[in-house]
Design a protein around this ligand. Sequence first.
Ligand code: HEM
Length: 151
Amino acid sequence: MEFTEKEEGLVKESWDVLKKDLPLYSLHFFTQILEIAPAAKDMFSFLKGSEEVTQNNPKLKAHALKVFKMTCEAAIQLREKGEVVVSQTTLQYLGSVHLRNGVIDPHFEVVKEALLRTVKKGMGEEWGEEMGNAWTRAYDQLASAIKAEMK
Ligand code: HEM
């Protein structure tokens, strides 16, 4: 099914909102990940052994930023080209980083759920099913490219 301009717009619009307060939304994103899958904590070098997730951790912000931003880029590509095009070098890098850190396929579902909850929090009243579906479609395509590279 075609990824429409409207869907692309919904993703871009909400990414613009999240971008305005990355420390807040990164923290929310990780808090959600750990709420859904507490064991995920030890995978992240910057969370290992720590008592709580802290807001000003630069690595935490970096990972949240990458996930949000790359999903948004995936949405743009889906609309423009009908597929998600990630350079082979980037994919290889992403594949190896995640393999090395013990990430397995089901974790991608956890991260997706955390991502959706974070967009929902940022958008408040403007959040809706269509917006959720647009993020889901873009994320799923990106995630399957990364997962394929991890095989
Ligand atoms: C590292 C992106 C999904 C766990 C990284 C890095 C990138 C990245 C770019 C390299 C570090 C950096 O440059 O900041 C993504 C994207 C994802 C995704 C785009 C989904 C579309 C996941 C999932 C997990 C995960 C599902 C597991 C819960 C990690 C871990 C590291 C990492 C543990 C190493 C971080 C560290 O300790 O320094 N990810 N990631 N990622 N990612 Fe992901």
